[in-house]
Design a protein around this ligand. Sequence first.
Ligand code: 5GP
Length: 115
Amino acid sequence: MSETIFHKIMRREIPADVVYEDEHLIAFRDIAPQAPVHVLFVPKQDFATLNDVGEDSAIVVGRLATAAARYAKAQGLAEAGYRIVMNCNADAGQTVFQIHLHLLAGAPLGRFGTP
Ligand code: 5GP
């Protein structure tokens, strides 16, 4: 798998607004937010796309989702609601090929999924 900008952020080689980190994942604000709150949750284990995550690694994705939910609760966003999104490959518009989960919140979100 190739090196991505997110690996550089994890190594602190380029700056990011990091809001959470543990031994498994890092979370930082998206540089081009699509909602008032837009945080990316990125695992430290490498997977280019969700297609590369097998059953034996399902916990990696589970940790991203539960970390996002925990963050939303801690920020007082959970009651109003939020969206989590993982883009996979070209049709979904994936641009960074290290899996990541988007957390979008802070305002009513539009519908999604249509071209
Ligand atoms: P994707 O389109 O692959 O699902 O999402 C990649 C996300 O990474 C985009 O929302 C984009 O704005 C964000 N992004 C790309 N480069 C950087 C960067 O250097 N720093 C931060 N914080 N976010 C980035």
